[in-house]
Design a protein around this ligand. Structure first.
Ligand code: CAA
Length: 351
């Protein structure tokens, strides 16, 4: 079955509003839900601003932009989603918040609704249980900025049916994305590799006294990633990144430890692009020799984690590389890049 018609998106943050745009751009009527009226208004504005930006760039006609904007409406309760063919949850990355939303899904959504979570690494199986209908729940993980990055990770929970996984794959394709099926594990595939590399770079920069601009220049010029880890943290949201790395530290150990630089930024309320503030970086700065170790640690960690994911069959080697290219904009995936540089993937950072 190919989904069409009505999409519900729960959580009107950056991710939720970008996903709402994608649904409306594919022709669906989208209801964006947030219990906070201010957040809802901001999310609706954000989704409509994407259409306006594309109109200004000549990528949409006026009619198309108006059509997209007209297909997105707001609501303050999940009860507005009872007729949706598919619902995607994109609330804050905290288990207790998501569990409450999934319990509401169990009570309020139609029996045939495809229920997806955009969690970046929490257990789909646990969320599915909370909904009381585990067979129809699946992970659909988009990447920042979701209106631009082509990848969607599709994650099946322990009880997700094949038919539901297929419907999720079709939905992702209809929204113009490339779905990659990923076996469930904390962080799934791309975040496991990317967050590992990012926090490794943060810790190295802190201990070597390298500032964010120099660290970013080293990474952006030292391998296939399109931007450095500090600018990327600002883009993803530093509170989201701290929460993901803390969860992954709990699951995998100290190689995911966020370090002080990140924790201090979040404590001071500087959360990156969404709050204003964040790490101070100049994307045009040239690379310096002194910062080269940050780049080595960044790519070494990414390669080691990517190799571990392939070994554990989280995805096959080709999809591991493809996912980093499509989800994080890498010119070449980490495993292919390691091979091209003569880097032994079993001899990088510890996993
Ligand atoms: N929000 C929304 N759209 C943005 C954006 C932002 N912060 N930054 C750039 N864009 C859009 C631009 O408007 C432009 O859109 P159009 O094509 O519709 O005009 C498009 O992205 C390309 O932008 P630019 O040409 O200005 O810039 P670029 O070529 O340097 O690309 C980038 C910008 C796409 C962000 C690129 O640098 C990139 O791929 N970076 C890596 C991003 C990444 O790793 N994302 C994954 C993060 S992990 C995650 O999201 C998972 C999680 O669970 C936390």
């Amino acid at each position: 079955m190919v989904e069409s018609g009505a999409l519900g998106v729960v959580g009107a943050g950056v991710m939720g509003s970008e996903i709402a745009f994608l649904g409306a751009a594919a022709g669906d009527h989208v209801t964006l839900v947030d219990t906070d009226p201010g957040a809802l208004a901001a999310g609706l504005d954000r989704a409509r601003a994407i259409a306006q930006r594309r109109l200004a760039k000549g990528r949409l006609t006026e009619d198309e932009a108006r059509g997209i904007e007209g297909r997105i409406r707001g609501a303050e309760s999940v009860s507005a989603l009872s007729d949706c063919a598919a619902v995607i949850e994109a609330v804050s990355e905290r288990m207790e918040v998501k569990l409450a939303v999934f319990e509401a899904f169990g009570e309020q959504l139609g029996a045939d609704t495809l229920v997806a979570s955009n969690t970046s690494g929490l257990s789909i199986t646990d969320l599915a249980q909370a909904a009381g209908r585990p067979q129809s729940v699946v992970g659909l993980h988009f990447f920042n900025p979701a209106s631009v990055m082509p990848l969607v990770e599709v994650i099946r929970g322990a009880q997700t049916t094949d038919a539901v996984v297929d419907r999720a794959v079709e939905l992702a394709k209809r929204y113009g994305k490339t779905p990659v099926r990923v076996r469930e594990c904390p962080g799934f595939l791309v975040n496991r590799v990317l967050v590992r590399a990012m926090v490794e770079a943060y810790r190295e920069a802190e201990s070597a006294g390298v500032d964010p601009t120099a660290a970013d220049a080293a990474v952006a010029h030292g391998g296939p990633a399109p931007m450095g880890p500090f600018a990327l943290g600002n883009l993803v949201g530093l509170d989201t990144l701290l929460s993901i790395s803390t969860q992954l530290e709990g699951a995998y150990g100290p190689r995911f430890s966020p370090g002080r630089l990140l924790a201090d930024m979040v404590e001071s309320g500087n959360l990156g692009a969404k709050s204003g503030g964040g790490f101070d970086v100049d994307p045009d700065a040239p690379p310096t020799k002194a910062a080269a170790p940050v780049s080595q640690r960044y790519y070494g960690a990414a390669i080691a984690e990517a190799a571990a994911c392939a070994r554990e069959q989280i995805a096959d080697r080709r999809d591991v590389d493809l996912a980093l290219q499509l989800g994080a904009g890498w010119e070449t995936g980490p495993l292919a890049w390691a091979a091209s540089q003569g880097i032994d993937e079993t001899d990088t950072a510890e996993v």
